[in-house]
Design a protein. Sequence first.
Length: 157
Amino acid sequence: MHADWAHLLFNMISLYFFGRLIELVFSYVFQGNGYLYLLAFYLLAIVVSDLPSLIRHLNRSNFNSLGASGGVSALLFAAILFQPTEKIYLYGALGVPGFIFGGLYLAYSAYESKRGGGNINHDAHLYGALFGILVMIVVYPPVVTIFVEQISAWRPF
């Protein structure tokens, strides 16, 4: 269940591309079986990212939150940690470095979460992103150095 077909399509494309990178990371860190760790990471991210919404709307009997956006957001932000200057292409045309895209994405998700309305769980996007960042730092602490080195070497032109 998703807000619309475009949202679902974006999530599935993101899952495929960013999931492949994180599967490789898990294979390296855990010396094989990266797909099992990826699956566990993804499913746990979905649950964890939906918990704040569940708590926030506990007394609203008509509230529901389904979908994998929080898991995809976790994968996206985990991947950004490893390759922050790689461009993420919006609508296949506009390339934005991952760390800039990530900052804008977090700001937009926080804004839309406060604003409310719509059929998209922006809390899941936000908390999924935070989950992805924190878990990757715990699983592979050198990612912080990798991130900082790449950002410090980045030049816009």
